[in-house]
Structure formats: structure tokens, C-alpha cells
Write a protein that binds this ligand. Structure first.
Ligand SMILES: NC(=O)c1ccc[n+]([C@@H]2O[C@H](COP(=O)([O-])OP(=O)(O)OC[C@H]3O[C@@H](n4cnc5c(N)ncnc54)[C@H](O)[C@@H]3O)[C@@H](O)[C@H]2O)c1
Length: 314
């Protein structure tokens, strides 16, 4: 039996996925790669320094470890991408093409590539966005993630490579810090609240965005990974959704549990990115094809985050 490779393994999503894949396949069959150094807690794994834009090194790593499945998480997210669009293009577009080419050449069985609500734009309907819709993103992140979705669908249709992907909303978690996205404010707000510090939010108080708690995002990714290929009517671009809120709504929900918590609002360049994105997403195709269902409501997510970050009980 071969191994499962995670690229971008030490990021916000990767650090959550590692224990899940370890339980599924066993530690000796999980291979971790990232451009940054492995955190100490993963030192017992097979860790590799890899830049996904380096195709030769990627292919050598894959053949040395007989890679059977890939979870391709290496990416430059929306806010960081606007600071360095050239790097975002190379990492997200060229890096994803390298993964797909290497997977095709080395007969990998399945490739998972998360996409994002960042593929949408102001031309997209604001509410209940379907899978197939208008996408004209203006960020380099959005442009490269649409490219990734289309490349994934192309590799499935042209070469029969089993590529699967889902569009994550903003992800909220407490294990690893978020890596430079537009919705990072939601995680930061919790950290400030449990430290009893005032938070200055870079998104306007009433901007509503789709969000999801990490356990539901991981559950969705694994359900799609395990799904019967014959039942999939889409490949790289499933919508998933849980709840939507504005910064002011999150502030109020936290203040219900930590009454002296306060937030000020000073929107910056990330506000422009947020305004491109819709408020709610239609996830009915994912529900129909592979049984997607989010367990956490906004309220149960807030309770769980505060309990895990600071022992705050309702
Ligand atoms: N976190 C979210 O809210 C969110 C939302 C929507 C979609 N996504 C998607 O989920 C996936 C994972 O995102 P994340 O939140 O874990 O991001 P992250 O920024 O936390 O982690 C990405 C990881 O990729 C690594 N990386 C960057 N450039 C690399 C390169 N050239 N080669 C190898 N590794 C490189 C980084 O060091 C980092 O550890 C991405 O595809 C992202 O688009 C995330």
C-alpha cells in the first residue's frame, strides 16, 4: 500500500488534517511536506521541506514514498496574495499544475484540492450561490483558485485523474493560526476576547460572510474523499456552507459569554476583498452527492471555541 502526501501540511487546515489521516491510514503512511519547518509536535512523521513550484523535487518525493493519495493544501491565501501577487500565482496556479502533472505521471489514485468562496465576485448572486455561477474574481488568490478548479476538472475529463475539491468558506479553528486570509479576523477576535483585550477589526462591522467551524470542514473533506466516484456530478468545485455572520454579530455572540469584550472597527484593504464575496452559499449538490451536512451552528461553534481557548463556559 502507498502513502498519502499532504502539501502545505503545517498550515491552519493541514495541522487539523494530520491526525485525521493518521487515524485513517497510520502514521507511517502519512507524508508531510511544506516550505516551512515542521512544528515539534509532528517530529515523528516523515517531514519534508518542499516548495510545490519545484516540480522535480515534488516528483522525486512522490516516487520515493510511493504516494497514492494527495491532499494539496499548499497555497498563498487572499490577503497575503494581494501583498505578493506574483508569489501567489506561482504557488497556487503553477504549484497546482505541478501537483496534477506529477499525479498523472505517477498514477496517483486521488487528489484532493480545497477551493474557496474567493472564486466568487461581485457579479455572483449575493445569496444562496449555486455551484455553477458567474465567477470573475479580482484578487490573485481568486484568479488562481478558479484556475485550480478548472485544471482539476480538466485533468479528470482529459486524463481520468480522480481530482476532488470543495469551496471552503472562512474557517474558524483553535489549533493552528490562520494563514493570511480575509476571514482571519474571526479567529483573532476569539484570541483577544479570552485574553480580555480590546480587538480592532479590519473588516466593517456589518459585512456578512459565509463561515464554517473546522470540524465540519474536515468532516466534509473526508466525506468527499470517501465518496463513490460514480455519484459525483462535480469534481473540483463543490459548494459547502454552515452559517454566515458579520463581525458585529460575532462580537455580540462572544460578548454574551465575555461581557466586557469590546471591538473597534477600522476596515483596511481586506474590506475590498470581503465585499467581492457572497453572503450565503447553496450546498445542496454536496448534500445530494456525498451527504454533506454541517453539525455546528454559529452558537455551538462560539461555545466550543471559547471552551477550548480559554475554558470559558456558558
Ligand atoms: N483557512 C481558510 O479559511 C480557508 C478558506 C477557504 C479555502 N482554504 C483553502 O484551504 C487550503 C489550505 O489553506 P490553509 O488555511 O491551511 O492555509 P495556510 O496559509 O494556513 O497554510 C498553507 C500552507 O502552505 C504552505 N506553503 C505556502 N507556499 C508553499 C509552497 N510554495 N510550497 C509548499 N508549501 C507552501 C505554507 O507554509 C502553509 O503552511 C488552501 O487551498 C486554501 O485556499 C482555506
Amino acid at each position: 500500500m502507498g502513502t498519502t502526501l499532504i502539501t502545505g501540511a503545517y498550515g491552519q487546515v493541514g495541522q487539523e488534517l494530520i491526525p485525521i489521516l493518521t487515524r485513517k491510514f497510520g502514521m507511517d503512511r502519512v507524508v508531510l511536506a511544506d516550505i516551512v519547518k515542521a512544528p515539534e509536535k509532528f517530529s515523528k512523521y516523515s517531514n519534508h521541506n518542499l516548495d510545490v513550484t519545484d516540480r522535480e523535487k515534488l516528483e522525486k518525493l512522490m516516487s520515493d514514498h510511493d504516494v497514492e493519495y494527495i491532499f494539496h493544501l499548499a497555497a498563498i491565501l487572499s490577503a497575503s496574495g494581494e501583498k505578493n501577487p506574483g508569489k501567489a500565482f506561482l504557488t497556487n496556479a503553477i504549484g497546482t499544475h505541478n501537483i496534477l502533472e506529477a499525479a498523472r505521471e505517477l498514477s496517483v489514485k486521488r487528489v484532493m484540492i480545497p477551493s474557496t468562496i474567493g472564486v466568487f465576485s461581485r457579479e455572483t448572486p449575493r445569496r444562496n450561490v449555486p455551484v455553477n455561477t458567474v465567477m470573475k474574481p479580482r484578487t490573485m488568490y481568486g484568479i488562481t483558485k478558479v484556475t485550480g478548479e478548472m485544471l482539476g476538472n480538466y485533468y479528470f475529463q482529459k486524463f481520468g485523474l480522480d481530482v476532488r475539491g470543495l469551496r471552503f468558506p472562512g474557517l474558524i479553528s483553535y489549533t493552528a493560526p490562520p494563514g493570511g486570509g480575509t476571514t482571519d479576523y474571526s479567529v483573532e477576535m476569539f484570541h483577544y476576547a479570552v485574553r480580555r483585550e480590546k480587538y480592532s477589526c479590519y473588516i466593517a462591522r456589518d459585512t456578512v460572510l459565509p463561515m464554517m467551524y473546522m470540524p465540519d470542514a474536515m468532516g466534509a473533506m473526508m466525506a468527499l474523499f470517501d465518496a463513490d466516484l460514480q455519484r459525483l456530478r462535480f469534481h473540483s468545485d463543490y459548494n459547502i456552507s454552515a452559517f454566515s455572520f458579520s463581525p458585529a454579530e460575532l462580537e455580540a455572540a462572544i460578548r454574551k459569554r465575555i461581557p466586557d469584550f469590546t471591538v473597534t472597527y477600522a476596515p483596511d484593504y481586506r474590506q475590498e476583498i470581503a465585499e467581492e464575496w457572497p453572503e450565503t452559499i447553496d450546498s445542496s449538490e454536496a448534500a445530494r452527492d456525498w451527504g454533506f451536512r454541517a453539525e455546528y451552528s454559529m452558537d455551538s461553534m462560539v461555545d466550543d471555541m471559547l471552551l477550548n481557548l480559554g475554558g470559558v463556559r456558558r
